[in-house]
Design a protein around this ligand. Structure first.
Ligand code: AMP
Ligand code: GLY
Length: 425
């Protein structure tokens, strides 16, 4: 089979490597990919939101199955467009993609189906915001309704800040929507739970914990993710049962009832407090960098899983997982998530020898005149698997030191919560 993979981050390099391992694959085409994917696939330079052009390439290269990595093309309806043109594609349609594309839509599904989540109000006017301020204690979480590239959420400690942030959104700060979702602030520990879904059933696809803040001890502004580990020990069997029965099943049932069954990866973002899971957000894709810790643990041929998912045969598909743990540390350009330099030299990456348990995934990288250069804020993800998070982290940091890259930084404390709790993790 020829596979088409849409996206260009660390998540897509991890997907590409896993697809490359499949016995069912002939060629892989990445739209547009990065310097890492170009080593094992053919990169096709194209605007992934220009569906017409993407379709032209899919037909030209005789691609049998398309996998969509990031949320933006999904929310814009790439799956509907490709299916209408008789292309096989793995991912949710435009309607189901509203689970991530509209926080108001996601919250309404929760409200209608008794799914545990933070108390909320969808607001279009300042008066509505003031009413919510009267009934909900601070802090209050202000969220832009539509996609906001990770910049749409603010935890506000004062009423004044709530008014300021909501006014900015009403005035069109985020082009995707002028609606605001206000939420009560939830306490607990965050974790991500993943499933792969077809029209009839779903299967577990790993757990992970991400580190969104830029500095150690979870300080500083939010980023796309500075590192992750898998599995997430906080998701015990008991908690998992509740996630499935109280959150995943009612959501999938609701979408089926609305004649838009969910297909694809579903990322369930949770706050867990006293063994009770609350839904914070849905993402309609794999996480980045969560994908880079989950896929190294997958033992089953991923292309067979995708094939079975698009033909609604997941129920009888066995998905096997490596028992060992994994961690990834994200290497960023100095200044990220603010302004940072591009074209940093990262040539050393090609010189380093890796063990079978270690992986270097490219994120913001490109080849300029055959030289490896940075092309984004998050540049590389160094992943390793093993039996103990503390030792895995040491191994990763050793690899990073060997890389000896200039003008980059990373968090040395990935996994701190779990490592501090119990050294045997
Ligand atoms: P979201 O884009 O909805 O995932 O929000 C981004 C981050 O904001 C989450 O990963 C949480 O750390 C935090 N957050 C969002 N909603 C809440 C909430 N209701 N209570 C506490 N923290 C939240
Ligand atoms: N790591 C967070 C995300 O993928 O949304």
């Amino acid at each position: 089979m020829n596979i088409g993979l849409i996206g260009s981050g660390g998540r897509e390099h991890a997907l590409c490597k896993k697809i490359f391992e499949s016995k069912l694959v002939n060629k892989i085409f990445c739209f547009p990919g990065n310097a890492g994917t170009s080593q094992i696939a053919i990169n096709v330079e194209v605007d992934i939101l220009n569906f017409k052009k993407v379709l032209k390439f899919i037909k030209f290269f005789k691609i049998d199955l398309v996998i969509v990595g990031p949320e933006e093309p999904l929310v814009n309806g790439v799956v509907d467009y490709l299916k209408k043109n008789k292309i096989k594609v793995f991912g949710p349609n435009k309607y189901a993609s509203k689970l991530e594309g509209s926080k108001a839509f996601m919250k309404m599904i929760c409200a209608k189906n008794n799914i545990p989540t933070a108390k909320f109000k969808v607001c279009k006017k300042v008066e509505e915001v003031k009413n919510f301020l009267n009934i909900c204690k601070l802090p209050i979480v202000v969220k832009a309704d539509g996609l906001a590239a990770g910049k749409g959420v603010t935890i506000c400690k004062t009423a004044k800040q709530v008014i300021k942030k909501t006014s900015e959104i009403f005035n069109g700060k985020f082009k995707s929507s002028k609606k605001v979702v206000l939420e009560e602030f939830l306490v607990g520990e965050e974790a991500s739970y993943f499933v792969i879904v077809d029209n009839k059933s779903f299967k577990f696809f790993g757990t992970a914990q991400d580190h969104k803040r830029v500095y150690e001890k979870d300080k500083g502004p939010n980023t796309g993710g500075m590192g992750a580990y898998s599995p997430a020990p906080i998701v015990s069997k008991k908690v998992e049962k509740k996630i499935i029965s109280k959150i995943v099943r009612p959501t999938l049932k609701a979408l089926r009832k609305e004649k838009n069954p969910y297909n694809g990866f579903l990322y369930v973002g949770l706050m867990i407090n006293n063994n009770e899971p609350y839904l914070i957000e849905y993402n309609i894709r794999m996480g980045d960098p969560e994908c880079q810790v989950i896929l190294p643990r997958l033992k089953t041929d991923i292309v067979r899983i995708f094939k079975n998912a698009i033909s609604n045969k997941l129920k009888n598909t066995q998905i096997k997982w490596e028992k060992r743990k994994s961690m990834t540390i994200v290497l960023c350009a100095k200044g990220y998530p603010g302004s940072y330099k591009k074209n940093l030299q990262i040539d050393n990456v090609n010189k380093i020898k890796l063990l079978k348990t270690d992986y270097i995934y490219h994120a913001g990288t490109k080849l300029i005149m055959n030289k490896l250069r940075s092309n984004g804020g998050r540049i590389l993800n160094i992943t390793s698997i093993g039996d103990n998070f503390f030792i895995i982290r040491k191994k990763i940091i050793n690899i990073i030191k060997k890389l000896n890259l200039k003008n980059i930084f990373y968090r040395k404390d990935i996994g701190w919560k779990v490592i501090n709790k119990n050294e045997n993790y």
